[in-house]
Design a protein around this ligand. Structure first.
Ligand code: HEC
Length: 196
């Protein structure tokens, strides 16, 4: 009798602690939903890809165009990288592309890439925040009135809702400064018509 009572107490405790462990679940669910939404658009993204690669060298880089097409991509990458202020000009573009996988569920970066959960980011550097056509920005983002540069991008991806409270961008943030430098280097290159 006593023993039975004790074991039902134990069962109760186990239930309680199971509840405690499941606390973070709602957050995960929210992320999963956010990540799942753009999946339907992946096909569309692929469909537009060939057109984009043909226009990979934008007018701004016309002076950098070299006679041999193969190293041209590297050339463009180097020029675009060098146009960033330190320390972003030291970023590892290849590593940044890997980091951009964290953004890919919501953003495309190439010219005419589809709008997904987040806006297309082509040409974002030097542009005003929250004004891209074809995307319903939050009122907070629309009212932010600043121009995107590497430093702003750094603050943004460190913790979006600390920079713009109430933003629709539900991204936890990249805590590692090196990863942010690499990511910004990649976004600069890919969003400026460099190799995607
Ligand atoms: C879960 C989806 C999601 C993820 C992941 C995400 N974003 Fe966003 N992003 C958004 C949304 C939604 C907005 C619009 C925010 C608003 O209107 O408040 C946005 C806005 C932006 C903007 C501002 C665009 C403009 O025109 O002003 C930039 C820049 C940006 N994101 C970069 C990134 C980068 C870089 C990453 C990866 C580190 C990333 N985002 C990850 C959804 C996402």
């Amino acid at each position: 009798m006593r023993l039975q009572h004790f074991s039902s107490l134990l069962a109760g405790a186990a239930l309680l602690s199971a509840c405690g462990q499941s606390q973070p679940a709602p957050q995960n669910t929210a992320n999963a939903e956010a990540a799942a939404a753009p999946a339907a658009n992946v096909a569309a993204s692929n469909a537009t890809a060939p057109a984009v690669s043909e226009t990979a060298t934008p007018a701004a880089n016309a002076t950098a165009a070299s006679a041999t097409p193969a190293p041209a991509g590297d050339d463009v990458t180097q020029k675009l990288l060098a146009s960033l202020p330190a320390p972003y000009n030291t970023g590892d573009v290849a590593e940044g592309k890997v980091q951009f996988n964290k953004c890919l569920s919501c953003h495309t970066v190439v010219k005419d890439g589809p709008v997904m959960t987040g806006p297309n980011l082509y040409g974002i550097f030097g542009e005003k925040a929250g004004v891209r056509p074809g995307f319903a920005f939050s009122p907070q983002m629309k009212a932010s009135a600043f121009t995107w540069d590497a430093a702003k991008m750094d603050t943004w991806i460190t913790k979006p809702d600390a920079m713009i409270p109430g933003t629709k961008m539900t991204f936890v943030g990249l805590k590692d400064p090196k990863q942010r430098i690499d990511l910004i280097a990649y976004v600069k290159v890919a969003s400026s018509g460099g190799p995607p």
